[in-house]
Design a binder for this molecule. Structure first.
Ligand code: 2RA
Length: 378
């Protein structure tokens, strides 16, 4: 299609594009020897996370988004990126040659089939999905924590960790650098936006339905009278379900991600124990994590607060000022508060609460920082 035809088509904003939801270490793909300034970036999936990622690049001068990709549903649409119309290409069939990095925010399933080819055609494939996280050749990058891991990516493929793991890891890495972790007991309070627009739309319908049924809730009518769910098997409106993800044995998929990814990012030995319960809560956006950590040496709550106050990527809250999703939304730090000594582990343990925007610090901003790190290495 020629540009004249493209311009006759309606231009959408990235938020209007109905597309898949949502991501990237370092390798030996065809990284250009001399990159254009600014380097050209491709984004797969301009949805809830992808649109935020586009905005971070637009607001910076480190790189330029030159191409956008999506599934059949949105391929052919025109969106405006950096003040220019860009036609969305079909992600599964496009040739990615000439791009410095491709950031994938498509849902799980896409990276598994296409990462290798894309990383071969472009310089790097930075993956936000869960497809490749367990692959030993694919580093999980949280730039504040393990920036050097980008040098261990084979084939130019890197990934980010699950949003919940990222928020929890940012909250404790500064402490772990001073006193090594011996055990972690974690409960998560995960928001609805973790399941993208489909989850948000279902939640809205459920809230409306349940508001008209307050009497039933107060009288104790039970589950069968509640609205049917498709995205979340358990009711999300005015409820708390201790089940985020799907069961894989005794743990849910979200709990296993938290355990496995935390081990991989920190390089923890098997004798460091990690217990996790992941719950879904009726919060539109922003995941919270209650962390009970045991360390290999004494660390006082006062020292922990001093460390957290200086930890990059962390905003410390003290006293009456407690971190909450409603205040964390749109920010790019993890908000940490309620820092206190553990009764169970005494001087060797701390209890703290972390809240972060799962779409920014947990996803889009992590990918942006990873690409910025890759560019800085060229
Ligand atoms: C969720 N962590 O909250 C997932 C999204 N990747 O559903």
């Amino acid at each position: 299609m020629i540009m004249g035809q493209l311009l006759e088509m309606p231009t959408l904003t990235v938020d209007e594009v109905e597309t898949d939801e949502i991501l990237v270490p370092v390798g030996t793909g065809s990284v250009p020897h001399a990159i254009a300034a600014p380097p050209a970036i491709g984004i797969i999936g301009p949805g809830l996370v992808g649109s935020k990622l586009i905005k971070y690049f637009e607001d910076s001068e480190i790189a330029e988004i030159t191409r956008v990709f999506a599934s059949y549903r949105s391929a052919g649409d025109i969106i405006e990126v950096g003040g220019h119309p860009v036609q969305i290409e079909l992600a599964s069939e496009a040739d990615y040659g000439g791009l410095f990095a491709v950031c994938n925010t498509a849902p799980a399933g896409f990276a598994k089939d296409h990462a290798e080819r894309i990383a071969d055609e472009a310089g790097y494939f930075v993956d936000a999905s869960s497809d490749l996280r367990k692959d030993p050749s694919v580093p999980l990058i949280i730039p504040e924590i393990n920036p050097d891991a980008i040098h261990h990516a084979e084939n130019g493929i890197l990934a980010k960790s699950n949003c919940t793991t990222t928020i929890g890891s940012l909250a404790i890495y500064g402490l772990h650098e001073v006193a090594s972790l011996r055990s972690l007991s974690v409960s998560t309070y995960q928001s609805i936006s973790g399941q993208g627009w489909p989850g948000i739309n279902e939640f809205r319908q459920h809230v409306e339905a349940m508001l008209t049924r307050q009497k039933e809730m107060l009288d104790g009518r039970t589950y069968p009278s509640y609205p049917q769910s498709e995205v979340f098997p358990e009711l999300t409106a005015f409820n708390v379900a201790p089940k985020a993800g799907t069961f894989e044995g005794y743990d849910t998929s979200e709990e296993l991600k938290y355990k496995n990814e935390t081990r991989k990012i920190f390089g923890l030995d098997e004798d460091v124990t990690i217990d996790v319960t992941c719950a879904r809560v009726p919060v539109f956006n922003g995941h919270s994590v209650d962390i009970h950590a045991q360390f290999d040496r004494p660390i006082s709550a006062g020292d922990a607060k001093d460390i957290l106050a200086e930890t990059p990527g962390v905003e410390l809250h003290t006293g009456e000022d407690v971190p909450q999703p409603v205040n964390a939304v749109g920010t790019t730090d993890v908000h940490v508060g309620r820092v206190r000594q553990s009764e169970l582990f005494g001087q060797y343990g701390l209890r703290l609460w972390a809240t972060g925007d799962n779409l920014t610090v947990g996803a889009a901003h992590n990918i942006f920082k990873t690409v910025r790190l890759l560019i800085s290495q060229v």
